[in-house]
Every structure is written in structure tokens, then in C-alpha cells.
Write a new protein. Structure first.
Length: 138
């Protein structure tokens, strides 16, 4: 159970980021008008707007079949570094610029930039979890 949780968690980019903001917990945002923090937006807010789990799973499964073998390569350290770079490149760099102390508005424009990364990270997490479990159960 912990293995499943940890492999999944490391694919949420803010779980591998160090921007001196506690993984985005200290970044105050307005997510479609609702006050929250950046970490929460990436943990569940954006994912919750992608549609039902069953529909999303079906699309991701179809899309990831050809990439699963490639994505299951590498080490856990490689995977964490990859998530860290994704946090730098997409999570933080794509945030709208605001004055210090002001909540960052996150809406459709940010969501459009984040969704491809979220889908890819979900696919990678599934492929890598399968590889880890297959190796452990051999």
C-alpha cells in the first residue's frame, strides 16, 4: 500500500520540488476564484477538473500503451529529478506574475498549460508502478 502511494506521490511535481515554499503549500492562489494554495491545486484541484476517473483512466490507458516500456526505465532518483524539473518548468514558470503577497490567480489559461503534464505524469506513474510491482513479484 505504501509503495503504491509513494510511487504515485513522486509523480506530483511539487512533491519533488524545493522552491523554499514547502512544496507549494506557502504559495497562496485563487483557483477559479476559490482561495487555496498551489500544492492543493496540483494534488487535486486540476485533476478534479479533468473529468471522471473512469473516463480519464480509459483515455490514459489508450494513450500510454506505446510509452509504458520507455517510461518504466530509469531509477527512482531519475524519476524524482524528472518531476523536480517539471515543477520548475511548468508548475512555477507558468504561474501568472503578481505582486508579492498577492494570491496568484489560476484559471483556464494555467490549466491548459498544466493538463498535458498532469496526464503525462499519471501515465508515467502507472507504468513505473507496474514495473516496480512486476520486478518485486518475480
Amino acid at each position: 500500500m505504501f509503495l503504491i502511494h509513494f510511487v504515485g506521490d513522486m509523480h506530483q511535481p511539487l512533491h519533488c520540488a524545493d522552491n523554499k515554499d514547502k512544496g507549494g503549500n506557502d504559495v497562496k492562489v485563487e483557483f477559479f476564484g476559490k482561495p487555496t494554495n498551489l500544492h492543493s491545486v496540483w494534488d487535486s484541484g486540476l485533476l478534479g477538473r479533468m473529468g471522471s476517473q473512469d473516463r480519464l483512466y480509459g483515455r490514459l490507458l489508450t494513450e500510454s500503451v506505446g510509452r509504458a516500456k520507455k517510461w518504466s526505465k530509469g531509477t527512482v532518483e531519475d524519476w524524482a529529478e524528472e518531476a523536480h524539473k517539471a515543477a520548475q518548468k511548468t508548475v512555477y514558470r507558468r504561474l501568472p506574475k503578481v505582486a508579492a503577497g498577492t494570491a496568484v490567480p489560476i484559471g483556464a489559461a494555467y490549466e491548459k498549460k498544466a493538463d498535458p503534464l498532469i496526464r503525462e505524469q499519471l501515465e508515467k506513474a502507472g507504468a513505473r508502478l507496474a514495473a516496480v510491482l512486476n520486478a518485486a513479484l518475480k
